[in-house]
Design a protein around this ligand. Sequence first.
Ligand code: ZN
Length: 304
Amino acid sequence: MTLNLPRGIVICEVGPRDGLQNESVQLSVADKVALIDMAIAAGARRIEIGSFVSVKAVPSMADTDEVALRLSRREGVEYRVLVANLAGLKRSEAAGIDKVKLTVSASETHALKNLGRTPAKVMQDFAECVAFARAHNMAVAGAISTAFGCPYEGQVALEKVRSLIESFLALDVTELSLSDTAGVANPRQVYDYCTTLQAEYPAVQWTLHFHDTRGLGLANVLAGMLAGVVHYDAAFAGLGGCPFAPGATGNIATEDLVHMAEALQVETGFDLTKLLVLGRRVQELVGRITDSALLRVERRDETQ
Ligand code: ZN
């Protein structure tokens, strides 16, 4: 019996957004732009450069407009941002963004703490956001956070996830991310969710977004790959967290994911050596050792 893995996977680099939003160190616009350029040079073709959400709630993303305007756009690269409401859509349009990611939480409590609205109300408000995006030639993706469990509520019923998927499909949004914001997913759950939901909603292009809070991030990716999912989010140097998910640690590290994929002979289009240079630069800029297995190995090798 052989492992039934996809030939290749597509990784969206979310370090500039999910990674940096939870760091206490505020990077300059120039540093953010430089990291984005390095990620693209390392092979990223999809990159989440920031978010247009409440500046008060997430001050580290207040300069996303400026980051977007200062970037030198490369052909074939998708520059995406996370948005939560129409104000964010308007900022995206002004900044020339390619794709907006509309995020809603499957957990009522998380949604209320994060956006001050219930998931149903958030979805209702998304109708005008989608209309605005389409009227201004921006592609739209949807993301369902706390899809595998919630830091406040614990288990989140799959039924709640289904209801959000259906709301997105009603708006004709077919690129959807299942996000393990709290880092509580396990490989069996991931495999079950992915096989079930892919069968139920064949029109959807799925992305999986894992945090490595409990050390299961890459195991969850493997479960997703075995279920046939080919799109994954990851953050350089394993940065990340969620200001509204207490104790949530980093995203899976892009370099660790690429390393695993290479070992499994699954193509990513990334250059691992360049990713390690990028990861080291990220650690320098944030001034701390981040949760990246490969960068830790490198440091150990240097001291031996
Ligand atoms: Zn996240």
